[in-house]
Design a protein around this ligand. Structure first.
Ligand code: SF4
Length: 145
């Protein structure tokens, strides 16, 4: 993604202007207040010269973080996801892109979603994730966070 997102201006206070190589758009992003320390530590992407300049990995868990998640570019809002849902063959079945927004890539997952959505009402955060992942796993899907 480093070839797609190039930082063309640093505005200070962890604010940057990012140029999208494909669309030609320039968008302002800002490091999330709770990700500044992680952003400052570039060690986790030292061996990844093509990584997006805002990607970091948590040293303890290995989890990947977008350090500008709250203001990330539009391209990322459309295509990046929190949960990746794979069918039993390992093929993409759908994505959870934002909080509890599911984008199904198969009719089967769309139908399952329609059936189970009411049972998830009232849940949020990790509770929602855990409940939905349990449902998906029981139905034969695999989920990557
Ligand atoms: S979601 Fe964040 S880390 Fe991923 S490509 Fe977009 S800006 Fe970079």
């Amino acid at each position: 993604m480093r070839d797609v997102h190039r930082v063309i201006e640093e505005r200070g206070d962890y604010t940057f202007v990012v140029h999208n190589h494909y669309t030609g758009d320039a968008e302002e992003v800002r490091v999330d207040p709770n990700r500044i320390a992680l952003f400052e530590d570039r060690s986790s992407i030292e061996g990844l010269p093509n990584a997006c300049p805002f990607l970091r990995f948590d040293g303890e868990t290995g989890k990947a973080w977008c350090t500008v998640h709250l203001t990330r570019p539009d391209l990322c809002r459309e295509y990046c996801c929190r949960l990746l849902i794979l069918d039993s063959q390992g093929k993409l079945a759908g994505r959870v892109t934002y909080q509890t927004a599911l984008i199904p890539d198969t009719d089967e997952l769309g139908q399952l979603w329609e059936r189970v959505q009411p049972t998830l009402d009232g849940l949020c955060g990790m509770e929602w994730d855990d409940a939905f992942i349990t449902i998906l796993t029981a139905a034969g899907y695999r989920v990557r966070r």
